[in-house]
Write a protein that binds this ligand. Structure first.
Ligand code: NAD
Length: 329
């Protein structure tokens, strides 16, 4: 059944791709975003309503007036290292605002929610971690995601909601059609930073930590193409029938790459050298994280289409070239 879906954070990197995936399946996305880190230019699918998730009254009126069937909640602050310096902002933006959203949904009678969680809830999770693993968040950001999941599992029972938490591993790449991209400013994510250093937009790539217990001493992450992540949201809306519980799924490619392996892959793909500076560890960074996504494959029928590092690097490179100035938002 076609759904009208409110996408909080739909003007951001992952949210814009989610809106495209929804539209391609015939659903109607409505973007709700305060454009704090998002871009008006990334809203290509669905209408943009400018607003803040912290504004419960506005949200509630909008959910009713727009006759929203379901909410995909991506809006929030996103960076573990940043959260070590600003925990209050992270708990306000991620935990408090999620509670405000749930309250508005309950009041407006909207009972379907897909939440953007993160592999950071696991902390250090070296080999193909599954959803049953013990949670060991290492930063206020990661704890904020864990707290929202705990909150949602209680609220889902009491409100009889269909609630889904998608634990993304590292989102990367960009829309293969070249319409959407990753346009963070400043850019914190590794693959675009390596590309920027290779092409001279960044003076050098700082590698944070070379003494981790990994094969080459640098951090290992499981990179998942943003288009594959986006499709998983649509599958979650269409296929999860369970009510009165929070269903949790990992989304990753089940293979980790170290920072040095990413640098090497970018150098090979572009035929350029990445200027590198080795530095100490950053607080809040686990050594190694990779996913088991078996549950998403089995229960959602999720099957990543852009799993190769080459696809991820090529699409990310193209999106970097199309990146607008911040003034465009
Ligand atoms: N990028 C990743 O690798 C990754 C990994 C795991 C989880 N996540 C989660 O996915 C979500 C989206 O991440 P992203 O990389 O697309 O980030 P992003 O910064 O590109 O997008 C976030 C969007 O939310 C909007 N926003 C922020 N606070 C808001 C508020 N109070 N009200 C309304 N809009 C608000 C921003 O303007 C932006 O458009 C986040 O919840 C993040 O924690 C991201």
């Amino acid at each position: 059944m076609v759904k009208k879906v409110l996408v909080t954070g739909g003007a951001g990197f992952i949210g814009s791709h989610v809106c495209k995936a929804l539209a391609k399946r015939g659903h109607e996305p409505v973007v709700y975003d305060n454009l704090s880190t998002g871009h008006r230019d990334l809203v290509r699918y669905g209408r943009l309503i400018e607003g803040d998730v912290g504004d419960g009254e506005r949200l509630q009126a909008m959910l009713r007036n727009e006759r929203i069937d379901a909410v995909i909640h991506l809006a929030g602050l996103c960076y573990p290292a940043d959260s070590m310096r600003a925990p209050l902002a992270y708990y306000q933006q991620n935990v408090r605002n999620s509670l405000v959203l749930c309250d508005a949904m309950a009041a407006a009678g909207v009972g379907t929610l897909v939440f953007s969680s993160s592999c950071s809830v696991y902390g250090h999770a070296s080999e193909a971690v599954d959803e049953q693993a013990t949670l060991s968040p290492m930063s206020p950001y990661a704890r904020s995601k864990m707290l929202v999941e705990q909150m949602l599992s209680d609220i889902a029972v009491e409100q009889d909601w269909t609630a889904v938490s998608l634990r993304y591993f590292n989102a990367a790449g960009a829309d293969p059609d070249g319409e959407l991209g990753e346009w963070h400013e400043p850019e914190p994510h590794l693959i675009p930073r390596v590309l920027m250093a290779a092409t001279g937009t960044l003076a050098e790539l700082v590698v944070h930590g070379t003494d981790y217990p990994t094969a080459d001493g640098t951090c290992v992450r499981d990179y998942c193409h943003v288009t594959d992540l986006a499709v998983a949201h649509v599958l979650a809306l269409e296929r999860v029938q369970t009510r009165g519980a929070l269903s949790i799924f990992n989304l990753g490619n089940e293979r980790g790459f170290s920072v040095l392996e990413i640098i090497q892959a970018v150098e090979t793909e572009l035929g350029l050298t990445v200027p590198v500076r080795l530095a100490g560890r950053r607080p809040g960074d686990p050594a190694s994280v990779s996913a088991s996504s078996r549950k998403a494959r089995d229960e959602l029928g999720w099957s990543p289409q852009y799993a190769s590092l080459t696809d991820i690097i090529r699409t990310a490179h193209r999106s970097l070239a199309a990146r607008p100035n911040r003034t465009s938002s």
